[in-house]
Write a protein that binds this ligand. Structure first.
Ligand code: NDP
Length: 288
């Protein structure tokens, strides 16, 4: 894998500390990604994975700052707590009410959310896909769906239809975004009557549990983009569905993961890494 920069013990100097907080957190690829970015740009840092149980993040962050922590990535299920623990917020974090990136500002944490930017950059910069005017189906209504919905609208999609196993959550998400001309909901069981879509985003956690969302092939056409926010094994079932449905693109969320990390890295270090080699390496590894 990537050659990691030497850590604090090897160099006998105090390095700026970064970490991803989650629960669980052992599976996170963030340490590998950020160490690779730092190595690429010649930045010496220490990056750890820290498990924080729900309800303990604010305390864990205070301890981390006292120990030299200056930047944090936040993963499930702590993104709301991260937002609450920060004293200042970016406009996009405020809009969402959840944060995936924190930067220490001397005496307080500043919160940002780079998930939506990660998705749009993966599609636009890596895959050269223009979302303007597209009719989108968003499957799922949890944190990830909420995180990307404003970014999809900002990218100029024509219409977003939200569908979810629990329909009330789809309605809540629709009400929350407050754009009735462009956002509507549809029952998952009734998708056969919904026609086809230019893009289908799977933002469910079904694949994480080894399950699959039952989607009809009629929602796809030969130009449809199928994108699973999950990656690796968790995306297998949806990508297989997309290929059988004849979608033009069947992409997983690894690119989004790398791009949201790059946006966090830029916030912390003021430099944008080249994401391509890191994405390529991770993609090779996930193919085994
Ligand atoms: P949440 O727990 O907030 O939401 C889970 C969603 O999945 C809900 O809509 C839930 O429906 C639905 N769901 C779960 N199981 C099933 C099932 N068996 N069938 C149908 N629907 C199901 O999780 P997140 O929204 O935070 O995460 C969703 C996925 O997105 C995860 O796999 C995560 O890894 C990925 N993600 C990827 C990122 C990236 O950078 N690539 C960034 C963020 C997330 P219901 O409301 O009915 O429970």
């Amino acid at each position: 894998m990537f050659e990691a920069p030497k850590l604090v013990d090897d160099l006998n100097v105090t390095l700026a500390r970064y970490a991803v907080f989650g629960h669980p957190v052992g599976h996170s690829k963030s340490p590998v990604i950020h160490r690779a970015f730092a190595h690429q740009l010649g930045i010496a840092l220490r990056y750890d994975a820290i498990d924080a149980a729900p309800g303990t993040l604010a305390t864990a962050l205070s301890r981390f700052a006292a120990e030299g922590g200056v930047g944090a990535n936040i993963t499930l299920p702590l993104k709301s707590e991260a937002f609450a623990a920060a004293r200042a917020h970016s406009a996009r974090a405020k809009r969402l009410g959840v944060a995936n990136t924190l930067a220490w500002r001397g005496d307080h944490w500043y919160a940002d959310n780079t998930d939506g930017e990660g998705l749009i950059r993966d599609l636009g910069d890596r895959h050269r896909i223009d979302l303007r005017g597209r009719r989108v189906l968003l499957v799922g209504a949890g944190g990830a769906a909420q995180g990307v919905l404003p970014a999809l609208l900002d990218a100029g999609v024509a219409k977003v239809t939200i569908t979810n196993r629990t329909p009330e959550r789809a309605d809540q998400l629709c009400d929350w975004v407050g754009d009735p001309a462009r956002v509507q909901t549809w029952y998952l069981d009734d998708l056969r009557r919904a026609g086809d879509f230019d893009a289908v985003f799977n933002a469910t956690a079904a694949g994480q549990h080894g399950e699959a969302v039952d989607l009809p092939f009629s929602i796809a056409n030969p130009r449809t983009l199928a994108y699973d926010l999950s990656y690796g094994k968790a995306a297998t079932a949806f990508l297989a569905w997309a290929k059988t449905a004849g979608c033009a693109y069947a992409l997983d969320g690894l690119g989004m993961l790398v791009e949201q990390a790059a946006a966090a890295f830029e916030l912390w270090h003021g430099q944008r890494p080249d994401t391509e080699p890191v994405h390529a390496q991770l993609a090779r590894e996930s193919r085994g």
